[in-house]
Design a protein around this ligand. Structure first.
Ligand SMILES: [Zn+2]
Length: 158
């Protein structure tokens, strides 16, 4: 049996909305951001079962499903475990302006952490970025309590 499909022109209604919204960060992110803002320390949580340190902090370990309540300081140094070089100028959500290109973005495993944090790398030249690159978090002088308090990770010599 053949079904006939009717081609009908869809009615389109353009809607432009200006939305301002805020959402709660949750207890773990609130502590994570507050600690970074007030002391400049980057904190993670240790799983009581597998002992892995999760950064960013999660209230429950994704492997063991155990609640995480032990806070530990990590970084500010770490190791690049994945990266990319970005050559398209996206709007930087923290400034509202296009970010100068090229810049790097990567997953950084902070010293003492099991998981990795996704963030901006100062180095954008793909020829200079590599897995295993040692980096250090560069924090804003006047922090606000959000992930933008880490400006970027810069390469370091050790
Ligand atoms: Zn665990």
């Amino acid at each position: 049996m053949r079904r006939e499909v009717q081609q009908e022109e869809l009615l389109r209604v353009p809607v432009h909305m200006k939305l301002h919204y805020r959402f709660p960060a949750g207890a773990h992110y609130e502590r994570f951001f507050k600690e970074m803002k007030e002391t400049g320390r980057i904190m993670g949580v240790r799983c009581p079962e597998c002992r892995r340190v999760l950064v960013p902090p999660r209230p429950v370990c994704g492997e063991c499903f155990a609640r995480t309540e032990e806070w530990v300081q990590v970084g500010p140094k770490g190791t690049v475990v994945a990266y990319t070089s970005i050559c398209f100028s996206f709007i930087d959500l923290t400034t509202g302006k296009p970010r100068p290109i090229p810049y790097g973005a990567g997953l950084i495993q902070l010293d003492g952490a099991y998981s990795a944090i996704n963030h901006i790398l100062e180095e954008g030249d793909p020829g200079k970025l590599y897995i295993g690159m040692r980096v250090e978090a560069v924090l804003k002088e006047k922090r606000e309590g959000n992930i933008g308090d880490i400006l970027y990770f810069k390469g370091i010599e050790e």
